[in-house]
Write a protein that binds this ligand. Structure first.
Ligand code: 5GP
Length: 176
């Protein structure tokens, strides 16, 4: 177990929150404040970003949650998605926005996007991510809204875990 004392700050709390507010403003302008939006949170990593983003959205918002896993307890993707909970209601005639902590290879978002398009009768579905590890991408998928681009290193905090821990940190860091 790595010690939190060795975690170097990559992005502090104020910078994260300011940028999430900016991203929410982009989303408000894109959809318009009168058009309802269904926000789909990918648990557990996206939880902090999801809540912070939702606070600044001005349109009527519905909140849905799915639980997916591709990492287990490792620092590398297993290459397979474990769908723990995929209970999404019909999204007929709705605009949906998937909210994810980080896009790495793209496997998780590619899987969920295809699942929702095939099963939920959605009108439109887009992707918002807090972090984009562009250099690690293996699937042909790009987020529609992205807060920060990060290098290909394992980051921890603000929803992102290390062996299940440290998701509660209000900043993001990395172990050297
Ligand atoms: P992808 O399916 O795009 O390869 O990976 C997405 C998932 O992998 C994220 O939801 C997250 O759970 C995990 N992940 C990817 N990069 C990191 C990272 O740097 N730190 C942590 N804690 N998880 C990561």
């Amino acid at each position: 177990m790595k010690d939190i004392k060795d975690l170097k700050v990559l992005i502090d709390s104020k910078t994260l929150n300011n940028r999430i507010k900016e991203l929410a403003d982009e989303i408000n302008s894109f959809y318009g404040v009168n058009n309802p939006l269904t926000l789909i949170c990918i648990l557990r990593g996206a939880v902090m970003f999801y809540v912070e983003l939702a606070k600044h959205l001005k349109m009527p918002v519905k909140m849905e949650f799915v639980t997916l896993s591709s990492y287990g307890n490792s620092e590398k993707s297993s290459g397979k998605i474990k769908a723990v909970n995929l209970a999404i209601p019909d999204l007929e005639n709705q605009n949906a926005l998937i909210v994810e902590d980080i896009i790495d290879t793209g496997l998780t978002l590619d899987f969920l996007l295809k699942f929702i398009k095939t099963n939920c009768k959605v009108q439109d579905v887009k992707l918002a991510v807090l972090f984009d590890k562009k250099c690690a991408r293996k699937y042909d998928i790009e987020p529609d809204f992205s807060a920060f681009e990060v290098d290909d290193k394992f980051i921890v905090g603000f929803g992102l875990d290390y062996n299940g821990f440290y998701r509660n940190l209000d900043y993001v860091g990395y172990f050297e």
